[in-house]
Design a protein. Structure first.
Ligand SMILES: [Fe+2]
Ligand SMILES: [Fe+2]
Length: 320
């Protein structure tokens, strides 16, 4: 795994210190006001009940499938614990990616108000790395970064413009995070996790807003060619994240193998019933939301990256 990423994104000075963006100034004020402390604002003493899952079964797609119903009670609990650790591990690694990316944004965004805001996000992401690491230690189980997640984070870190970094991180990865945290607030059975995702989701909403405010202003000033390149970058990033086209997506098998499920049965595990478990859940009246159609794609639209040129591709992939 590549641990060192090269980028040609320039670091810029700015000697005009006055801001001309009240929306970003306001977001900066909110970011300073709403800082929280992992050691103080989370009650780490609250314990999960012995017999409860991290995520409630009624709000977990896979737990509602026939496949799951046929597993032994122990395997069911182990599988759900592994899937929770796997998902939260990806968030931990994703938070580190966000931390590194925001450091780059402090350097590369051209305005002072953008640099100051991005600096608050650096601290937010440090806190998110800390909080998920601490929670995973409590679960006593963690997983390495998924190849697909590492690939998209590397592409964002290697991108040579702040605009591409912000589209990849603030608009796509953080919309995905914000939507998933919203769903996790509904899913979480462990009150400790519920309190963590609530605070983290508030920060992520700000980070998405940062991308929207800066890019809504920036993209109309860009050339047609540069805007098209940015649109293509967004489409490539979303394809990696969702495993569309030639992309393999996130590996999902390890939590099943670790729960003792026979590797030969894995083809059954990825039977459409399991693969589509979350979609089925959304259709069943759950209050959870689709992160793709309610967060990621609409936010691309807000910043003007869903032109008539690219929109048919999203329609073709079933994302619109
Ligand atoms: Fe974060
Ligand atoms: Fe974030």
């Amino acid at each position: 795994m590549d641990l060192q990423i090269e980028t040609n994104c320039p670091t810029t000075w700015k000697f005009e210190y006055e801001s001309d963006d009240p929306a970003l100034d306001n977001l900066y004020e909110i970011a300073k006001r709403d800082q929280w402390n992992v050691s103080v604002d989370i009650d780490w003493e609250q314990d999960m009940r012995e017999d409860s899952d991290v995520f409630g079964r009624a709000e977990t797609g896979i737990a509602r499938t026939e496949f799951f119903g046929k597993l032994s009670k122990t395997t069911q609990s182990d599988l759900l614990a592994n899937i929770a650790a796997h998902t939260l591990s990806q968030f931990l690694h994703g938070e580190q990616g966000a931390l590194l990316c925001c450091g780059q944004l402090v350097n590369s965004v051209p305005t002072v108000e953008g640099k100051l805001y991005a600096a608050t996000q650096v601290m937010d992401e440090a806190r998110h790395v800390e909080v998920f690491d601490r929670y995973l230690n409590k679960l006593d189980k963690s997983y390495p970064v998924s190849t697909a997640l590492k690939k998209v984070l590397d592409a964002i870190l290697a991108a040579d413009s702040w605009q591409a970094k912000s589209v990849g991180m603030n608009i796509l990865v953080e919309s995905l995070a914000m939507g998933t945290f919203y769903n996790m607030m509904i899913q979480a059975e462990d009150p400790l996790l519920a309190s963590i995702v609530k605070l983290t989701a508030q920060d992520e909403a700000r980070h998405v807003n940062f991308g929207i405010i800066s890019l809504m202003k920036e993209i109309p000033r860009m050339s047609e060619e540069d805007t098209a390149a940015l649109e293509d970058f967004g489409l490539a990033a979303i394809s990696i994240l969702l495993g569309l086209g030639d992309e393999v997506g996130f590996e999902r098998s390890q939590p099943f193998l670790d729960a003792g499920i026979d590797p030969d049965d894995l083809k059954n595990v990825f039977h459409p019933q399991i693969r589509d478990a979350d979609i089925t859940l959304l259709k069943s009246g759950s209050k959870q939301r689709s992160v793709v159609t309610e967060y990621m794609v609409p936010n691309l639209g807000k910043i003007g990256l869903l032109s008539d040129r690219i929109k048919p591709k999203y329609v073709e992939m079933g994302l619109i």
